[in-house]
Ligand binder design. Structure first.
Ligand code: AMP
Length: 200
């Protein structure tokens, strides 16, 4: 199996890149944000429970998200692999993901960290708001999501660097260029079992 995580600040392109990578390597794509938005749209109990957090740009409590992710991941443990998009987002989630995979005698192979500067993120999100209709793609909520990212998610970089799994990707280039770089790095990893240490 090829199991990947992709993370980065809001608007970094993780959804777009995950879809492309999943297609290229035949991976199952688990997007925590999409799973939550789907629950909210359907008005389920879970949707009602998480709505306030998502719309305000705050993280849904770890217990809720972990349960939802496990339920989905378990269906895919005999697939070619999984790309986790937007999960983990806290240190606890990262540790719990490792534990979950270890119990299934699986492991995380690579963690893609998308780097995009703040002005570009802001431009992308406010541009996206018109199409996405997402309530959290507003100026004000963007600020909240950036702070949440810096406080609760950015620390994953250290956690996965310690495991020698982090692949840092400059996400400022056009989508196709970014995908091509990621593909090169994944292929290199698969051939040599080695992760590029520089930002690509
Ligand atoms: P995203 O589509 O990845 O930008 O996620 C949208 C929103 O869903 C986030 O701002 C959070 O409110 C919630 N969310 C998504 N993934 C997680 C997670 N792993 N932990 C907690 N909340 C999450």
């Amino acid at each position: 199996m090829l199991n990947l995580v992709i993370f980065g600040p809001p608007g970094c392109g993780k959804g777009t890149q995950s879809t492309r990578i999943a297609e290229k390597y035949g991976l199952m794509h688990i997007s925590s944000g999409d799973l939550l938005r789907n629950e909210i749209e359907r008005g389920t109990d879970l949707g009602n429970q998480v709505k306030q957090y998502v719309e305000r740009g705050l993280l849904v409590p770890d217990g809720i998200i972990l349960k939802k992710i496990y339920k989905n991941a378990i269906r895919f443990i005999h697939s070619a692999g999984i790309i986790f998009d937007g999960f983990p987002r806290t240190l606890i989630q990262a540790v719990m993901l490792d534990t979950f995979l270890q119990k299934k005698e699986l492991k995380l192979n690579l963690v893609i960290h998308m780097l995009v500067d703040r002005n570009e993120l802001f431009k992308r999100l406010t541009g996206r708001a018109e199409d996405s209709g997402r309530k959290d793609d507003t100026d004000q909520i963007f600020g909240v999501r950036m702070r949440v990212y810096e406080k609760q998610t950015h620390c994953l970089k250290e956690y996965y660097s310690g495991q020698n799994k982090i692949l840092q990707v400059n996400g400022m280039a056009p989508v196709e260029e970014v995908s091509a770089k990621i593909v090169r790095a994944i292929d290199h990893y698969r051939e040599k079992n080695e992760v590029f240490s520089n930002v690509i």
